[in-house]
Design a protein around this ligand. Structure first.
Ligand SMILES: Cc1cc2nc3c(=O)[nH]c(=O)nc-3n(C[C@H](O)[C@H](O)[C@H](O)COP(=O)(O)OP(=O)(O)OC[C@H]3O[C@@H](n4cnc5c(N)ncnc54)[C@H](O)[C@@H]3O)c2cc1C
Length: 372
């Protein structure tokens, strides 16, 4: 396979890079709103969605080039709406639901959060207890979610609940589109160890959802959810953040003329090699998808797992080498990116399914090994 980008892809890479470089430096709420508005203006928020749903119909390779450009600059190139809620709705939503929800995602008007995890249901998601009971044309929801990223910034929620408690756990779940301003919802912030307010606890006290917001069949939500999880875990181009940290770190070491001991040099080189290999795996995934029209899900999951673990190795190594020089905790302080990157990377092997669970999925679905 030829790993060079075609002239067309190089031209798009340049266009996307020029755009990314024109954005302000400051990473605050306003910055993320500006990015979203600018992406919507260019039709780049849901680049690979079909045009009928407000996307650009871009190819997987174009999407990958774009993700790399943005990821390298640590700018989000999509959101939960574009990455899994919308694609799942395209497959399982009614024509009315598609018409109602998809344009809100591509226009940037609607921001979605994902309400799966509960205090007693994370890896074992099918154990979730939040209950939705039918009441005429509505369902009434009671219970609690946790680790809900961005709930405080979202106007829609992609909600998994139990609709039948009297059947095996995988068979009594349903998925709903939940307006986050519905009466009875309360959101409590959780601040992570990097000091950021990313996720929340969300409580439901007799929250009414119209039955028309049910996605797919009642009690068959597990199957929709499994597909949505595949979309979530099949991201491509996800090593670009680690590559950026490595490039910055190498630039810093050179500018200070600092000498690294042999062991550290070896660890650094190992990370650089792994990042480059994973980048090419990303290209292969995109090329295969472009050729066959089908995403090689297993390979994408392997790449995602390796990329998340690589990011932790990179942040661990850079912070370890820089020691006190990486401890500027104030935003913008020298070295802050390394300590912040290290603290944030701890979650990489938990979010979207832990590394152990990803390995289980690869072992059983990918390699066909019997369940343990
Ligand atoms: C930054 C971040 C953002 C998140 N955002 C969201 C969000 O937006 N929406 C949402 O719903 N959730 C979100 N989550 C929650 C996340 O999906 C869960 O934390 C994750 O699935 C693990 O569940 P848990 O925390 O309950 O841990 P547990 O499931 O209790 O796992 C504890 C440990 O046991 C291991 N383990 C469990 N079962 C097995 C098994 N069968 N085999 C081997 N090992 C096992 C796990 O790997 C882990 O090491 C987020 C989490 C993080 C860290």
């Amino acid at each position: 396979m030829d790993f060079r980008l075609s002239e067309r892809h190089q031209a798009f890479q340049k266009e996307a890079s020029d755009f990314a470089d024109s954005l302000p430096e400051q990473r605050d709420e306003e910055f993320y709103d500006t990015v979203r508005e600018e992406l919507v203006k260019r039709g780049w928020l849901a680049l690979a969605w079909p045009e009928e749903y407000g996307g650009k119909g871009a190819t997987p390779m174009e999407q990958m080039v774009f993700n790399e450009v943005m990821g390298y600059r640590r700018i989000p190139s999509g959101n939960m709406g574009t990455m899994w809620v919308g694609p799942a709705l395209m497959l399982y939503g009614t024509p009315e639901q598609k018409e109602r929800y998809l344009p809100g995602i591509t226009s940037g008007r609607d921001i979605w959060c994902t309400l799966y995890s509960e205090p007693g249901a994370g890896s074992d998601l099918a154990a979730l207890q939040t209950r939705a009971e039918r009441d005429g044309d509505d369902f009434i929801v009671n219970g609690q979610k946790i680790w809900t990223s961005g709930a405080h910034r979202s106007n829609w929620g992609w909600l998994a609940v139990r609709t039948d408690p009297n059947v095996p756990k995988h068979k009594g779940m349903s998925l709903f589109c939940l307006p986050m301003d519905a009466p009875g919802i309360s959101i409590r912030p959780l601040v992570n160890m990097a000091g950021d307010h990313e996720f929340n606890e969300v409580f439901f006290d007799n929250v009414r959802i119209p039955a028309k917001n049910l996605v797919g069949e009642e009690n068959r939500g597990w199957y929709t959810l499994a597909v949505a999880l595949d979309f979530e875990r099949s991201s491509i181009g996800s090593t670009s953040g680690a590559r950026r940290t490595l490039d910055d770190f190498i630039g810093l070491i050179k500018s200070k003329q600092a000498s690294l001991n042999e062991q550290t040099r070896a660890r650094l080189v190992d990370c650089v090699v792994a990042a480059q290999v994973l980048r090419f795996v990303g290209y292969r995934i995109a090329a295969e998808q472009e050729k066959t029209g089908i995403a090689p899900t297993l390979l994408a999951q392997m790449a995602k797992l390796s990329a998340m673990e690589l990011n932790q190795r990179v942040t661990n190594m850079t912070m370890g080498v820089l020691g006190m020089h990486s401890q500027g905790h104030r935003a913008g302080a020298p070295g802050e990116q390394y300590s912040h990157g290290f603290l944030r990377s701890v979650a990489n092997t938990i979010e979207g399914g832990t590394s152990e669970i990803q390995r289980n999925v690869i072992a059983t679905r990918g390699l066909g090994l019997p369940r343990g």
